[in-house]
Write a protein that binds this ligand. Sequence first.
Ligand SMILES: [Zn+2]
Length: 65
Amino acid sequence: MARTRETGHPYEYVTYPPKGQTCGMCRKPIRTDKICRRGDIERASGSPVVVYWHTDCVARAGGAK
Ligand SMILES: [Zn+2]
């Protein structure tokens, strides 16, 4: 089981992505054999949307301080 990290987002954790996912930051495909960040984005007008990011992209954005 992936370990939850302190990111400030309660629904975010580290995991392996399903096939065909693209990073929510750089828009590039995410390899299924590399761990990534998974987050559920809550939208005011609908159900939560699952988004995946490269761990490197999250780190660059300051999420892994
Ligand atoms: Zn990325």
